[in-house]
Structure formats: C-alpha cells, structure tokens
Design a protein around this ligand. Sequence first.
Ligand code: C2E
Ligand code: MG
Ligand code: MG
Ligand code: MG
Length: 289
Amino acid sequence: RAKEMGGGRVEVYAPHMHADVVRRLELGSDLQRALAEEQFAVEFQPVVDLATSRVTSVEALLRWWRGSEAVPPEEFIGPAEEAGLMPPLGDWVLREACREVARWREDSWEIGLSVNFTARQIGAPRFVETVAAVLDETGLPPHALTLEVREEVLVDDGTNVERLEALRDLGVRLAIDDFGTGYASLAYLGRLPVDVIKIDPSFVAGLGTDETSTLLTRTIVRLGSDLGLTVVAEGIERPEQLELLREMGCPRGQGYLVARPMAAGRVESLVRTNLAGGGDDVSGEIPLP
Ligand code: C2E
Ligand code: MG
Ligand code: MG
Ligand code: MG
C-alpha cells in the first residue's frame, strides 16, 4: 500500500499493526527453530462409521510444543505460510502420518488417513511429485490417503484444481473440509473429483437445539448421499448430536465424543483394547453412546 501511494510519503503504521508485524516475524523465526529442534508432533483423530462404530480413518493434526505450551494450529499455520515454512512442515506431517498409518495397515487393519492442506501448500513447486514420492517411500496405497482442503482452494486458482486432479488420477481422494462455510459455488461438486464432504462443526453444534442448523445438516447429508459422496460430520460433542446424525443416515462422524486427537500409540491401544472378537479380527471399534 505504501508503494501505491507513490514516493515522497511516509506511511505511518498504527502501533497495533506494528506489534502484529513484529509478532509475526518473531513467530516466523521461532517456527524456524522449532522445525530444526523437532518441536512438532502429529496427532491423530479417529473418524468412525456411525452405524458400526468402526474406525474408518484418522485425521492427522499438527501440534507445536513450544516449551510445555501447545500452540494451536490456527495461530501458527498462517505465520508459517508467510515465513515460507509450510511446504517443509506440511511435507513432514504427510511423511510422518503416512508412515504411521502404513504400519497399522500392515497388521491388516483397513484404515485410511486424511491430511490437511492449504492453497499455498498445493501451489508450492513439485507438490504433486512430493505427495507421490511420500506414498511411494512409505508404502501407503494412494487410495488410503485423503487430502482435506477448504472450499476456497477450489475457487482460487485453476492450477491448484489441476494438481488435485493429478493426484486424484493416482488414486488419492479429496475431501472438502468445513463444508458449507466457504465461498465456493456448489457447482464445483459436479465438476471436481470430490470424494468426501466434512460438515462444518458450526452446523453440528446446533443439532437438535437450532432448527436451521438441524435442517442444513440434514440437507448436506442428503446432498452428499445423492451425489455418491461420503459425508463426515465434524465436531460431535453430545450424545443427542450423534443420535440425530445416525437418524439422518450420516455415514461418518468425528468429534470429542467419539475420540480426541491423540498420539499414534494411543490410537493403537484404543483400538486394540476394543477389538471385537480379539485375535486376528482387527476391527478397530470405539464404543459409542
Ligand atoms: P480441521 O481440519 O477442520 O480439523 C478439525 C479441528 O477440530 C481440529 O482442531 C480438532 O482438534 C478439532 N476438533 C475435533 N473434534 C472436535 C470437537 O468435538 N469439538 C471441538 N471444539 N473441536 C474439535 P486443531 O487440531 O486445533 O486444528 C485446527 C485447524 O488447523 C484444522 O481444522 C486445520 O484446518 C488446521 N490444521 C491442523 N493441522 C494441520 C496440518 O498439518 N496442515 C494444515 N495445512 N492445516 C492443519
Ligand atoms: Mg481437516
Ligand atoms: Mg474441519
Ligand atoms: Mg476447521
């Protein structure tokens, strides 16, 4: 903006803006150090089949342990992008998560993995090649991996859509995250190779208490099913929500009521202590209310 206003003028920043810029710069260098010092971890949140309680997949969620404090992703992913760190950090998450899930699958446990990506990550050089290389390296079959993107990614830029299509051609699946909150037109559902829609938690929050949220959730579940897509309800916290979602025929669910995001080892023990028949039958059920 200062540039646009032409030479000879001194742009005066409001003090709070300055503080924000400084904070971002500091966060940027903290992040750089964090990456070097391995302060990052990946957690996994189970997604279940609502009819059978089976764990069908896990969502990888990035955690930054700065000292003993966990910094929420919403606070550091934006700054990490601005500092140009998201490509290496995102690649790291993908590799870690694929490695873990590929290992689980060796025990004949049919489980899928979803990983979140921002528009800029998808637009980074050699994105498609990197994803393909990680799959190859870790042995995770492409169909076991789902990329989660927000609707905005699909409106932004034709290149990103082409890249997602290229990955889809390899067998990788595509999920629309926070469905219903973005600015994209529904028309993209007919044009793009979308496999999964994740109902935004803001709709799920009002299930049973707010008429509009309940109606919208029901409509999204029906839309998804009519289009042959898998629908995942996100942010299930209360038993009434779970009950209503089942009644609506929502196929999949995720939320604190089902399971919190947790370290890989905890997912394993959670599933192993809940094996249906024991023995070789690795069914991976979570008892639900
Ligand atoms: P998201 O992809 O929509 O992930 C779901 C978020 O909802 C996670 O927050 C999860 O911990 C939280 N959540 C799950 N169940 C419940 C529930 O029942 N109640 C409530 N209140 N929250 C629930 P988290 O881990 O803080 O991540 C926030 C966002 O940060 C994610 O939203 C995603 O957009 C982004 N993110 C996280 N990890 C990554 C990553 O590795 N790469 C990228 N690009 N983005 C990431
Ligand atoms: Mg997500
Ligand atoms: Mg979401
Ligand atoms: Mg979200």
